[in-house]
Design a protein around this ligand. Structure first.
Ligand code: SF4
Length: 330
């Protein structure tokens, strides 16, 4: 899954391994920290989806890699670039990284040399149906699973999967994975205008997500030129969608590309109500609150009516009374 913006990284970061472009970055990812990327399909796009929003060119779907790099090549390149300022080694690809046939061996080899650095994979979730992949991902410190839709027709329209991939299986496997995984699990939903941003689809996602034991659910939209002529949605629309989800879900608005500041005044009571419905990050607050409201928030922090909760690399403002509230899962 290429949501670390592979093309952009490759074109804007000079620090790219000369050998096959296997290593890219490091980039400072707001959500995951200082990330060193590993591209498990450096020479061509190999993916079991052909998403409308993909930032890579449209390509026929495949269910296995035909151009395969060796574990040795990856590890040799990684050793050259890994240092103690890196927070996370991110497994990604020009395509779907879990199609890499030696993923299990590679994860074992990375775990031997990574030291304190975390490991992360960005995947479209489809290969969780493969027992070997499912168990390999359990060995990673962080996993980001994409889940753009739960309706078969919407899923097929947006993600255009390989013919034997079914969303019902993906949903069941995501829930199952979240029950046994001990690391940090992130879910990402990417919204495409007039496709999965309908009230009906959001309600369906909302019915499934409480069964997924996720540390954070990132709502995203199209930030870069997509493979097909589709449009993203605005920050305001993402914010409205965020409000429609169950308030116990750890929802986070990940995209700010189309964010237009809407700095309005909120009383302290309104601030507490807003944070009760949806914890916000400082980036959200800078877009939504005027200066007087930010001052009130500061006072609410001092009186300990509001606290800061860290999830992954992000800090959320949350009413203190909710801090210990247990999210009901399963
Ligand atoms: S087609 Fe979809 S899953 Fe595959 S690389 Fe592009 S965005 Fe990721």
């Amino acid at each position: 899954m290429c949501q670390l913006n592979m093309q952009n990284i490759l074109s804007t970061n000079a620090i790219v391994s000369a050998k096959n472009n296997i290593i890219f970055g490091p980039i400072n990812s707001r959500r995951f920290g200082m990330s060193l990327g590993i591209d498990l399909s450096p020479s061509t796009k190999q993916c079991n989806f052909d998403c409308l929003y993909c930032e890579l060119a449209p390509t026929a779907t495949v269910n296995k890699q035909t151009e395969v790099i060796t574990v040795e090549e990856v590890i040799n390149e990684l050793k050259k670039h890994l240092h103690d300022k890196i927070d996370v080694i991110t497994l990604t690809a020009n395509g779907e990284p879990t199609l890499y046939p030696y993923l299990d061996e590679l994860i074992d080899a990375i775990n031997k040399i990574k030291g304190q650095t975390n490991t992360l994979i960005l995947t479209n979730s489809a290969t969780l149906s493969d027992e070997k992949v499912f168990h390999s991902l359990l060995k990673l410190d962080e996993v980001k699973l994409s889940l753009d839709a739960v309706s078969p027709d919407v899923f097929k329209k947006i993600d255009r999967p390989f013919h034997d991939i079914h969303i019902e299986d993906i949903v069941a496997n995501v829930i199952e994975f979240s029950k046994v995984y001990k690391g940090k699990l992130f879910i990402e939903i990417l919204f495409v205008h007039e496709l999965n941003d309908t009230k009906e689809e959001i309600m369906k996602l909302n019915a499934v997500l409480p069964q997924v034991n996720a540390a954070r659910i990132d709502l995203n939209t199209i930030d870069r030129p997509p493979a097909y002529p589709v449009m993203g949605i605005s920050y305001k629309e993402l914010h409205t969608i965020a409000q429609q989800f169950d308030k116990k879900l750890p929802i986070h608005i990940a995209s700010r590309t189309h964010a237009e500041p809407n700095n309005v005044y909120h009383t302290k009571e309104e601030i507490l109500n807003t944070l009760d419905k949806r914890p916000l990050t400082m980036d959200d607050i800078n877009l939504l609150f005027d200066d007087a409201s930010k001052h009130s928030l500061e006072e609410l922090l001092q009186t300990e009516e509001v606290s800061i909760k860290k999830v992954g690399k992000l800090e959320f403002y949350i009413p203190t009374k909710n801090f210990k509230r247990k999210k009901k899962t399963h």
